[in-house]
Design a protein around this ligand. Structure first.
Ligand SMILES: *Cc1c(COP(=O)(O)O)cnc(C)c1O
Length: 382
């Protein structure tokens, strides 16, 4: 299988060189816009590209207010802060995620609770979430959700749209409503993914996007907080820009703020990348269709978007029948210069998150041994 797969991927990308998992593509106005920031000297925290980039993202996602940040982790940190997460709180998320999800809440002084993912979406499982809360949580007299044995308050639920596939948001929202929890979407991987016609990251109270170099579009480094409500969006903008009260010359700050503003230089790259995003998305969808065709009828199952939504197919993935098959594929493809990767080491296996609360994580642990990611950069296919 490895040799056929290597040949198939080399054929897709028409190269005999190293094929990465996901590389940035610059085919539009990137150079012109970046040069413009340098010519104008506005490369830093002031400039028109930041607002323009935010407007682009608002138009594309339908978010009431988008706030640009230095990276996706900073966007998540801001989203959690805006959701009211504070030191000592618990936040429920997935063990199957990139470490940034947990780091963002760790830096708030809060701790993660790891709940299993669903086999279908690879995102947080609403049934597992409801079961864990039924067993371990209670609402106190003020309607706050409390972890019964530790008396810590549980503040938010952070599903992650794994590899761009939208999580089961309606069901998750229903559980959150019942338990008075704020839904914050880690949509770092899912720019261009839709849940029942709505853009991921705009359904919960807050969402976070990332524009790191390996994501669907890149600003070098960058992120965006998506806010469902205009007013809290303005507040999010305020806290990410040192909470400075607008004034022609005086410096006055009215709350503890972050310096999380995206530089104009990076935003210029973002504006150019937004212009080509629709093209990237259709190329990635065509690529996924080719992969699906290749694996059809084989013992390897291609991960398809869930029936209720549309995935950006950020990272294509297959499920192998057993771990040995997966490991042989990993070894032989990487050996041949075609990059493939297992899913991230689950969060509860990392030393700093090993003693966090969790459920049995059966599906997550099964996926950990069976999943393989394939090269997914947008490409023009014949
Ligand atoms: C990329 C990513 C982030 C944010 O990453 P940054 O590198 O800080 O932009 C957060 N969560 C997930 C799941 C990611 O894949």
């Amino acid at each position: 299988m490895s040799q056929q797969l290597i040949r198939f991927i080399r054929d897709l990308y028409q190269t005999s060189e190293f094929i990465p998992l996901h590389a940035p593509t610059f085919v539009g106005n990137e150079k012109a816009y970046v040069t413009d920031t340098i010519d104008s000297t506005f490369v830093s925290s002031v400039g028109r590209y930041v607002t323009e980039f935010e407007t682009h993202i608002e138009a594309f996602t339908g978010s009431a207010k988008a706030v640009a940040t230095v990276n996706g982790t900073a966007a998540l940190h801001t989203a959690l802060y805006m959701a009211g997460v504070r030191a000592g709180d618990l936040v429920i998320t997935q063990a199957l995620t990139f470490v940034a999800t947990c780091n963002a809440l760790y830096h708030m002084g809060s701790r993660p609770v790891f709940i299993d993912v669903s086999r279908q979406s690879l995102g947080l499982c609403p049934v597992a979430l409801a079961n864990w809360l039924d067993e371990h949580a209670a609402l106190d007299n003020d309607g706050r959700c409390i972890h019964k044995s530790s008396r810590q308050s549980i503040k938010a639920v952070v599903p992650m749209h794994t590899f761009g596939h939208p999580s089961e948001l309606d069901e998750l929202m229903a559980v959150c409503r019942m338990w008075h929890l704020v839904l914050v979407e880690d949509a770092a991987e899912s720019l261009g993914s839709f849940y029942k016609g709505k853009h991921t990251g705009t359904i919960g109270e807050f969402g976070a996007l990332s524009f790191n170099g390996n994501k669907v579009i890149t600003t070098g480094g960058g992120g965006m907080v998506l806010c469902r409500d205009q007013k809290s969006g303005e507040h999010a903008k305020h806290v990410t820009t040192t909470a400075k009260v607008a004034h022609p010359y005086a410096f006055y700050h009215d709350e503890p703020g972050f310096n999380y503003r995206l530089p104009n230089l990076n935003a210029a790259l973002g504006c150019a990348q937004m212009e080509v995003l629709p093209r990237f998305l259709s190329q990635k969808r065509a690529l996924a269709t080719h992969y699906a065709g290749f694996f059809a009828g084989s013992e390897l199952t291609f991960v398809q978007e869930p029936s209720y939504g549309q995935s950006n197919y950020w990272l294509n993935a297959i499920i192998c029948p057993d771990t040995t098959t997966r490991d042989v594929l990993l070894e032989e493809t990487n050996q041949a210069g075609v990059m493939t990767r297992p899913v991230w080491t689950l969060m509860h296996r990392l030393p700093m998150y090993a003693d966090c609360l969790r459920d049995e994580l059966k599906v997550s642990e099964w996926l950990e041994g069976h999943l393989l990611n394939l090269p997914s950069s947008p490409v023009v296919l014949e």
